[in-house]
Ligand binder design. Structure first.
Ligand SMILES: NC(=O)C1=CN([C@@H]2O[C@H](COP(=O)(O)OP(=O)(O)OC[C@H]3O[C@@H](n4cnc5c(N)ncnc54)[C@H](OP(=O)(O)O)[C@@H]3O)[C@@H](O)[C@H]2O)[C@@H](O)CC1
Ligand SMILES: Nc1ncnc2c1ncn2[C@@H]1O[C@H](COP(=O)(O)OP(=O)(O)OP(=O)(O)O)[C@@H](O)[C@H]1O
Length: 429
């Protein structure tokens, strides 16, 4: 029996290896196709540049002088054939027409530039160019060969009488990003409410039970990613004590599960940094207030608020090169070696719950990134950083899209509606 089991495990490992090898080949072919497309667009840009130069010089050389001959206009024009555009530009040399044509060309060139560089935003394109392709690489293919659960079973620890929205936002975001199953571990009274928001979620009313740790531990072997904190509250009665919360994190670490710690989970880390210090599959996602508290707890001095990049780097190093995301106008992401900033355009709308969308989606991406890294599909970068960058980009893109539709009325639920198209735009195009 044992031998059979061994054989079975060996065969499934082999099948998995084969699958990832084929997937890598597919991705390489896709990369080659994209490179060829980019090369064609570059060529087109060069050609347009030359055309631009020739229009400008012929325009200035032969522009009619109004004072010399005010009553007459030149009827003739120069015809420019642009095969790549399948059209002909006719440029006469009156100032107005030339200006219009130049405007059209400028618009066209900027649209090609925008397509060439991928995203219509004000972000630093360099970083996106570096990391977004890696995020694309970690997204598992949707094939008919998989069974339910293979693309991720994510657990959210949080949800109490006061906060039912936060764990819901995180859990539903995990599902919408592509996890197969999403579990919420919350208190009894929160469970009924969360279940009523959505039949898609599996809700465990365990946090205020006397054996909460054991109840959660039972599920750990089945989870691929854990998000600790959204709506957890800071009361010791939940999950009994901070010690009990620490135990859940310790047990998840022992199982090598990626852990995202957000919101009230960070309160625990501030009290007891060692609980996650040095864990390479851990990610902390503090907002400014949470970051300040953490920084001061570890460094015993106020942080230098004139240089966030330095502070985030220092805190990551102090936490044993843990991946940190300092959220804000720009998100700063680091594992202590380099700081990446994600400043994809979002909006000015700051409704509550956006951090929950971020942490829930990061839970799934962290699982995908570490699985891809184990399969040798990302070698050049820390998978936790790739996951963090992906989730920040996605959240900001959802915010921007929702804001375009709803303006000041935008809520986190509106952002969640945008996950599907934002994900496609960023990671599947
Ligand atoms: N629908 C739900 O169920 C939701 C539930 N949620 C859950 O609530 C729980 C507690 O989370 P929290 O957001 O109230 O606590 P925390 O972040 O400590 O803020 C406390 C105060 O700090 C300030 N402040 C905050 N950010 C700042 C910044 N960037 N820069 C400067 N100051 C800033 C600000 O105070 P102010 O200075 O404006 O008075 C803020 O009021 C947690 O479990 C979370 O998951 C949320 O997810 C939302 C949706
Ligand atoms: N000033 C800003 N401009 C643009 N995006 C921002 C800004 N501040 C935060 N964000 C984005 O909003 C998301 C959530 O960050 P935020 O600081 O609101 O978290 P939070 O306070 O923990 O959220 P929550 O309300 O869920 O507790 C992040 O992905 C971040 O990129």
């Amino acid at each position: 029996m044992e031998k059979l089991m061994e054989q079975f495990l060996e065969q499934s490992a082999q099948a998995e290896d084969n699958f990832y090898r084929m997937e890598e080949q597919r991705l390489q072919a896709e990369d080659r196709r994209r490179e060829a497309e980019h090369a064609r667009e570059l060529q087109m840009l060069q050609m347009l540049g030359q055309m631009f130069a020739s229009i400008s010089s012929s325009g200035s050389a032969s522009a009619p002088s109004k004072t010399a001959n005010p009553g007459r206009r030149r009827p003739s024009g120069v015809r420019y054939l642009v095969p790549a555009l399948r059209c002909v530009f006719v440029v006469d040399h009156s100032g107005l027409k030339l200006a219009r044509t130049l405007n059209t060309l400028t618009l066209f060139i900027s649209s090609v530039f925008e397509r060439f560089y991928g995203l219509g935003s004000t972000s630093h394109r360099g970083m996106e160019d570096d990391i977004l392709p890696l995020v694309k690489n970690i997204v598992p293919p949707l094939t008919s060969k998989k069974h339910k659960g293979q693309d991720g079973r994510i657990g959210i620890i949080g949800g109490c009488q006061d906060y039912t929205g936060a764990p819901y936002f995180a859990a539903i975001s995990a599902l919408k990003v592509g996890a197969d199953l999403s579990h919420v571990f919350c208190t009894k009274d929160a469970a009924v409410v969360i279940k009523s928001y959505s039949p898609e979620l599996i809700v465990h009313p365990v946090l205020d039970s006397p054996n909460a740790v054991e109840e959660i531990e039972k599920w750990l072997p089945r989870l691929h990613g854990l998000v600790v904190g959204p709506g957890l509250g800071r009361e010791d009665l939940l999950l009994k004590t901070a010690k009990a919360r620490g135990e859940v994190i310790e047990k998840s670490k022992a199982r090598d599960i990626p852990i995202v710690i957000d919101a009230d989970g960070l309160w625990l880390v501030t009290q007891q940094p060692s609980v996650i210090q040095g864990y390479q599959k851990g990610i902390l996602t503090p907002n400014f207030m949470e970051f300040t508290r953490l920084y001061e707890a570890l460094h015993h001095e106020p942080m230098d608020s004139s240089d966030y990049q330095r502070s985030v780097m220092q805190l990551s190093v102090a936490m044993g090169n843990l991946t940190l995301v300092l959220k804000g106008e720009q998100d700063f992401i680091t594992d202590g070696s380099k700081v990446y900033s994600c400043n994809l355009e979002g909006s000015g709308r700051r409704c509550g719950g956006q951090g929950d969308l971020l942490s829930g989606s990061m839970g799934v991406l962290a699982h995908w990134a570490h699985a891809a890294s184990t399969a040798g599909m990302i070698r050049s970068m820390n998978p936790s950083v790739v996951a963090a960058f992906g989730a920040c980009s996605l959240t900001r893109q959802c915010n921007s899209q929702a804001f375009q539709r709803h303006g000041r009325s935008t809520t986190t639920s509106d952002m969640i509606q945008e996950i599907s198209s934002a994900f496609k735009k960023l990671f599947e195009s």
